[in-house]
Design a protein around this ligand. Structure first.
Ligand code: GLC
Length: 495
């Protein structure tokens, strides 16, 4: 059955090229682009952060609006700037009080205390703007807790509103560890919450759990990989809110993110020193040599391991550090690039001092180095404690850099383990979230590299042949959009 073309409003807290802290930003660019390629009309809403204001902006139209607030408060004035970004029409919600700050969500590893209020405003402003523009999308596609009040407000404040009668809300969970739990009084501009007790979104200490708003009020919910969708139904995988996901299990779908192979293609990548493809892998060795030189490591034919990530527990950095203390005794080279937790960064610095010709820690993230690490390494480490989808292991596959991952979330959906599925293997997978399990597998991968070079090349080619196309992802989202709309028409017919 052909998918009906619907117009989609994509709402997110970050977007690649404008403001980015993590993989969400990539999805907020590539998914709308792919939807547009599939014939949908797409608009994107994100906040107008200082970072965006500082960039040279192309032509923009500016609209002035006022968000009505409850009695006793002054209405909030804001602007909406509409720009064209990488072929997409993007609306930027500009309210300096909330978004003209040094960073997107916080400073010195601490979230801004009023994040609940900031994003409550953002959600209310998105719908208010639609209302002012008489913009009635068929689908409003929201992402993570920052946008979770949109589905809530659509069902409550705008539930009776004719404009949105055909609008359905989709809520995508990129990371359920971040739930947006804030004191109820931060929701002062949302009287539907501040003036009512709604038990199901309530948390201890009068806090409101915004993620639950998205889960419980959206028409359909998606998670960024099938395995993560299954994990969200468990207490561990959902970070304690499994009951909300279980309540919506019939409307919960797992859809794997795609990869932007225009940006991540070793054959055409302008950021790597030598381009290569599956039939010309000699140039991958040259990339390795270049990486060693640029990192100041001796140019040797040893196995090189890379890791690019935020320095957080989620990414398993606290497992990697003790594992590296042992692993670096072998003839190997390892490079870690990432920013985040200062204590973890300190330990990585200490390792670099201890093993200067085997280990490099890069404290500033650059796209260029991310590409050069993918191209120049033999293995890529991703021992995440949890990983909703994960993008770097997908990039690694494309670059023939075998991922070493934990059997969790989207990592399970994207990497085939050599021991379990030798024929179609693309990497190595371990189970237990322990330093020892990781160290054992790293040692196993080193022996494999040294003793079975032919098998290593076969896996490398398997990896490079693996593709996760956005066009496939989009087809699945369109099916979810369509089912959200069919539900409505079904229920209208019944009444
Ligand atoms: C979050 C998740 C990551 C996922 C990304 C994009 O950053 O932690 O696993 O790939 O969102 O969906």
């Amino acid at each position: 059955m052909a998918t009906k073309s619907v117009s989609v409003l994509f709402v997110a807290s970050e977007m690649l090229g404008l403001a980015k802290t993590g993989g969400l930003a990539d999805v907020a660019l590539y998914l709308p682009q792919a939807l547009q390629c599939a014939g949908q009309t797409v608009n994107v809403f994100i906040p107008y952060y200082k970072q965006i204001a500082q960039k040279q902006q192309s032509a923009q139209q500016v609209h002035h609006f006022c968000l009505p607030t409850p009695v006793g408060h002054s209405d909030i004035e804001y602007h909406v700037r509409s720009i064209e970004h990488q072929g997409l029409s993007v609306y930027l919600v500009d309210c300096p009080h909330y978004f003209d700050r040094l960073s997107l969500y916080g400073e010195h590893n601490l979230g801004y205390a009023d994040n609940g209020e900031r994003f409550a405003f953002f959600c209310a402003a998105v719908l208010q703007t639609c209302f002012e523009f008489s913009l009635a999308p068929k689908i409003i596609h929201c992402n993570d807790w920052h946008t979770a009040l949109v589905p809530f407000l659509l069902k409550t404040r705008f539930g009776e509103d004719g404009l949105f009668q055909d609008t359905r809300a989709i809520f995508t969970v990129h990371n359920a560890a971040f739930q947006g739990t804030y004191p109820r009084n931060q929701m002062w501009m949302i009287p539907e919450i501040s003036g009512h007790f709604i038990g199901k979104i309530q948390q201890e200490h009068h806090d409101i759990n915004l993620l639950k708003c998205g889960i419980l009020y959206a028409d359909k919910i998606t998670a960024v990989s099938p395995n993560y969708a299954a994990e969200l139904l468990t207490d561990l995988g959902s970070h304690g809110i499994a009951s909300a996901f279980r309540e919506r299990s019939e409307d919960l779908f797992g859809i794997l993110n795609g990869c932007d192979y225009q940006c991540w293609d070793p054959q055409h990548d302008p950021l790597i020193p030598h381009n290569y493809d599956i039939d010309h892998l000699q140039n991958k060795s040259k990339c390795k040599q270049f990486l060693q030189e640029s990192l100041g490591l001796p140019v040797r034919s040893v196995a090189v391991y890379g890791m690019v990530c935020r320095l957080t527990e989620q990414k398993g950095v606290h497992l990697v550090i003790p594992a590296l203390r042992e692993f670096l005794r072998h003839q190997v080279q390892v490079v870690v690039m990432g920013t985040g937790d200062l204590a973890l960064a300190g330990q990585l610095h200490a390792l670099a001092m201890q093993f200067p010709d085997r280990f490099v820690f890069m404290t500033t993230y650059t796209e260029e180095h991310a590409h050069q690490i993918e191209a120049g390494c033999d293995y890529f480490l991703m021992p995440s404690l949890f990983e909703p989808c994960g993008l770097n292991q997908i990039y690694s596959l494309a670059y023939g850099t075998l991922p070493i991952v934990r059997d969790v979330g989207g990592l399970r959906d994207t990497v085939n383990d050599y021991d379990r599925e030798p024929h179609c293997a693309t990497g190595f997978v371990f189970q237990e979230p322990s330093c020892l399990a990781l160290l054992n597998l790293m040692r196993r991968s080193l022996l494999f590299y040294l003793q079975e070079p032919k098998e290593f090349q076969r896996l490398r080619k398997n990896a490079m042949r693996t593709k996760f196309l956005w066009s496939t992802t989009v087809t699945q989202y369109q099916q979810v959009y369509q089912s959200a709309q069919l539900d409505v028409f079904g229920s209208q017919e019944e009444s």
